[in-house]
Structures are given as C-alpha cells and as structure tokens.
Design a protein around this ligand. Structure first.
Ligand code: ZN
Ligand code: FE
Length: 255
C-alpha cells in the first residue's frame, strides 16, 4: 500500500509534507518550515512522527525542526556533505544511498544547484519525489550556490524518473512561474491549459502542488530546453540544452 501523503502549507508560501505508512505506522516529515501547522496535522491524523527528511539547510526548510522534535522525537535525516550546516543529523546520507521509511525504501538524489548538496528523496513504490527548491511546479529553484549547468544536470536526474511520479516541491510559486513560462513557451497548448487551472486553483485558495512529472515535462520551461519551439522563440535554434536552460534561468532571474 502506498504512503498516505499530506501536503501542509507553512509560512507564507512553503510546503511541508507528511508521508504515512499504514502498514507499520511510520510517518516521515519532509522539511520543517514551522512547527505549528505540522504538529496540527500530526494531531488530527493521530500520527506519531518517526523520521524527518531534510532537503537543504535554508531556514524556511528547517526552522520548525527543534519544536517538532520536542513533541515527536524522530530520526533526522539529511545530506552528509551538508551536515555542518544542517540541524544535527541521526542519519547522514550521500547521493544514491537508500533510506527506509516504514516498509518502503527511498533513494537520495543529489540535486545541487539552488544550494550545493540540496537533495531530493524518491520513493518509487509510492511514486513520490520530494524536490523542495530544485524542480518546482512550472519552475525550478533560483541558483544560489551552484551553477546553472549544474542545476540543469540535477534536473536531468529527476526527469529520468517515471512520468507518473508525483512531484512534491517546496513552495507555492506556481502562479508567478506560470506568468514567466508563458513568456518562454507562449504557444504550448498544455501550458496554456495548465495556467488556466493554476489560476482557478489559486483563486479558490487551493495548492497547486504536488504535480505530476509528466505534466512538468509537458509544460515546465526549465525542463524543455530541448524543445524546438522554445529554442526558436529564444533565437537559439540548435543550441545545446544546457545553454538554453541557462538562458531561461537567467531570464527568470530578471523577470
Ligand atoms: Zn531554499
Ligand atoms: Fe525554500
């Protein structure tokens, strides 16, 4: 049986996620922007936290951790290479390592770019990937520490996952991402209809995440640097995908 997934809005535009394994009772939190909303969901569901998976060191992904651990002592998991700037880790992992949450095995994917040693967590049986500030709905994270080519390489690891994987990203940035995406890929009918859907959801106060990887492949300009229509629109026909991605990311930085 796949994990039960709970998407939890935190702070002004962050998301945390809980995954619950009904078979074993294990419950893992992905990122801890703030304690209150996460503790509320744990109480409502009657779940006891067993594990916390941290994606990267930014405050809006870890600041709630101490308060959550005070109520739910849990195993804290993160990137070994970032242990010096993450909260204390009980399990420090590297790219390609596996992590057991209840009855399910996940894998750690290094997706450096937004930060160096940002990691994603993939749970193939439940078809979930937690991408935080790497791959986002209609977007990707701003490149603070790595290089844009490095972010492109990181995104390639995520696009290699099955298309029916659910992408659980870290922020509600989709409406702004949609506006930008239309400047890059204005004639893409899948994008146009997704933007309509995003606008409707936000007007109703609904989250636009998680999304499906197949949907990102069809509409997210940051994954579509190979696309001839986008290349033509940017005057970059025949350019290599890394350069096209770099141009798209640069335009977004200045949007
Ligand atoms: Zn971040
Ligand atoms: Fe963030």
């Amino acid at each position: 049986m796949p994990f039960e997934l709970s998407t939890i809005p935190c702070l002004s535009d962050n998301y945390a996620y809980l995954i619950h394994d009904a078979k074993t009772g294990a419950t893992a939190l992905v990122d801890a922007p703030e304690a209150g909303p996460i503790l509320d969901v744990l109480a409502e569901k009657g779940w006891t936290l067993s594990d916390v998976l941290i994606t990267h060191h930014h405050y809006d992904h870890v600041d709630g951790l101490a308060e959550i651990l005070a109520a739910h002592p849990a195993r804290v998991i993160g990137a070994a290479a970032d242990a010096h700037r993450l909260p204390p880790l009980d399990l420090a992992l590297n790219d390609g390592d596996t992590v057991q949450i209840g009855s399910e095995t996940g894998s750690v994917i290094d997706v450096s770019g937004h930060t160096i040693h940002h990691v994603a967590y993939h749970f193939p049986a439940s078809k979930l990937v937690f991408t935080a500030d790497s791959l986002m709905a209609l977007g990707c994270g701003r490149v603070f520490e790595g290089t844009k080519p490095q972010m492109w390489d990181s995104l390639q690891k995520l696009v290699a996952l099955p298309g029916d994987t659910t992408v659980c990203s870290g922020h509600e940035y989709t409406a702004a991402n949609a506006k930008f995406a239309l400047t890059i890929d204005p004639d893409n009918p899948d994008l146009i209809s997704r933007v309509r859907d995003v606008t409707d959801k936000r007007a109703s106060g609904l989250p636009t995440v998680p999304s499906l990887l197949s949907e990102e492949l069809a509409t997210n300009p940051f994954l579509r640097a190979h696309d001839p229509a986008i290349q033509a629109h940017l005057g970059m026909t025949g350019a290599n995908a890394t350069d096209v991605f770099t141009e798209i990311r640069t335009r977004k930085d200045n949007f």
